[in-house]
Design a protein around this ligand. Structure first.
Ligand code: 5AD
Ligand code: SF4
Length: 459
């Protein structure tokens, strides 16, 4: 047998599907593997270890994993023939939901790890090497996971920071309560320590993550007395960290938007004027069937209160069309809410039947072609609102945090307070800092502008 050339270190390739929480988890996994000698590689072909960090939220997302596993099987076989090896790990929510089924359907998979167990990756890799058998680890032990996460290395001026995980809401369409478990909040001390460490490394903006981030609640920091803190208080505390200039959070639930958080959005300057607050549907009948626990009127009243506190806030949302029982009239109610609110950005989906969720067995499932037509109408409306919101920035002077170089020489790409991508000709020295930009144009996916002079910025 011909052995391939011995390599210096080992390499890991991670493919991330789904939400920002998976992006965060993938970064943590590569962080945990670094001390074991694993460097990150951009292509699976070079990798000794491939991790698919998966998403189970809609059928399509889960299917993608099995097609990727098909491609990896070929690669693994080719590697074996040339005398080298490659381990395949399936992590994330498909791992949690389909566990044993994955190893049965895809025997090329060496390890299946749920989202609450990946902190044990080094130990599980060692076990797999020793026993040369499949490993399945999908226990829920989220506090232990948070405790054992290594101090992380920052990667650029922005970072995600998970503060809350899991969901107790049980919307009838959603798999998250089953894949991510019950709501758990990290402590103020752990979160501030992670945020401080990131700020020291040059991070200027953090996005606090949670499936229901505004359900975050925890005892005050050690040494301080008082009632439990909510997300508003946490954001105010994080705002005192030197070097940290911007705070965002996602995803919020309308039922958990308390007065403290609304007040913080109103007067805490480091909290960015952008709020992702999904409503899913506009008909009260459908909201009830979805078990959302609020009406359309409650949602619209809430947005009004938030806008009273922070008039320029950009609102974003998620929508599902074609939930079981949704009639044309119900769908019109969704369009009505969208017209009423005016979204700066939004995500919209066709309802996808997820095994094990109450919605999947409800009567009056909606035909696929009806869902297609409704989605097209909704997306056209949302797209026109997005274009209007972006167009309204022309002529404004906005602070932009520069995150990376652009495609053209001398170009930097940053973000406005409203999370819009902004393209500017600017010196590399501005990477990682905030400068003011006069917005002069819009393209479908970004704003374009020029750096202002100091006089203009002060005006
Ligand atoms: N079908 C379609 N969309 C879904 N989402 C969650 N579950 C489903 C499903 N079964 C959407 C919701 C949620 C977002 C993350 O994904 O809009 O807010
Ligand atoms: Fe899913 Fe609803 Fe929980 Fe969001 S609130 S994660 S949509 S069950």
């Amino acid at each position: 047998m011909t052995k391939s050339r011995p390599k210096q270190g080992k390499s890991v390739f991670v493919r991330t599907y789904g939400c920002q929480m998976n992006v965060y988890d993938s970064e943590r996994m590569t962080g945990l593997l670094k001390p074991l000698g694993y460097d990150v590689t951009a292509e699976p072909d070079d990798a000794d270890l491939v991790i698919l960090n998966t998403c189970h939220i809609r059928e399509k997302a889960a299917e993608k994993v099995y097609s990727e596993l098909g491609r990896l099987k070929k690669l693994k076989t080719a590697k074996h023939k040339s005398g080298s090896d490659m381990s395949i790990v399936v992590a994330g929510c498909v791992a949690q939901a389909e566990g044993a089924e994955i190893t049965a359907r895809a025997p090329q998979v060496d390890m299946v790890i749920g989202p609450q167990a990946y902190h044990r990756l080094p130990e599980l890799l060692a076990r797999a090497a020793r026993d040369s058998g499949d490993v399945l680890e999908t226990d829920f032990a989220v506090e232990e996971k948070f405790d054992r996460l290594a101090e992380r290395e920052a990667d650029g001026p922005t970072a995600f920071l998970t503060v809350q995980e899991g969901c107790d809401k049980f919307c009838t369409f959603c798999v998250v309560p089953y894949t991510r478990g019950a709501e758990v909040s990290r402590s103020v001390d752990a979160i501030t320590a992670e945020a401080r460490s990131l700020a020291r490394q040059g991070v200027r903006e953090i996005t606090l993550l949670g499936q229901n981030v505004n359900a975050w609640q925890s005892a005050p920091p050690s040494g301080e007395a008082g009632a439990p803190w909510g997300l508003g208080e946490l954001c105010r505390r994080l705002a005192t960290i030197d070097g940290l200039e911007r705070i965002r959070f996602t995803t919020s639930h309308p039922r958990d938007m308390d007065d403290g958080l609304i007040a913080a959005l109103g007067d805490e300057e480091k909290l960015m004027p952008y709020l992702h607050l999904p409503v899913q549907a506009g008909s009260d009948k459908i909201l009830k069937a979805m078990n959302r626990g609020h009406t359309a009127e409650h949602y619209m009243g809430l947005i009004k209160r938030i806008r009273d506190a922070r008039p320029d806030i950009a609102i974003s949302g998620d929508f599902i069309v074609g939930f079981p029982g949704e009639t044309d009239e119900d769908f019109e109610a969704t369009l009505g809410v969208v017209e009423e609110i005016g979204y700066a950005s939004a995500y919209s989906f066709k309802y996808s039947r997820r095994p094990g969720t109450p919605g999947s067995t409800m009567p009056k499932q909606v035909a696929e072609d009806v869902k297609d037509a409704r989605l097209a109408r909704l997306q056209a409306l949302l797209e026109s609102q997005r274009a209007e919101f972006n167009g309204a920035q022309i002529g404004k002077v906005l602070p932009v945090l520069f995150e990376k170089s652009g495609r053209y020489e001398g170009q930097l790409i940053g973000r406005s307070p409203y999370l819009q991508s902004v393209h500017v000709t600017a010196p590399q020295s501005l990477l990682g800092s905030i400068a003011t930009v006069r917005i002069e144009g819009v393209t479908p996916n970004a704003l374009a502008g020029k750096l202002t002079t100091n006089d203009e910025a002060a005006a």
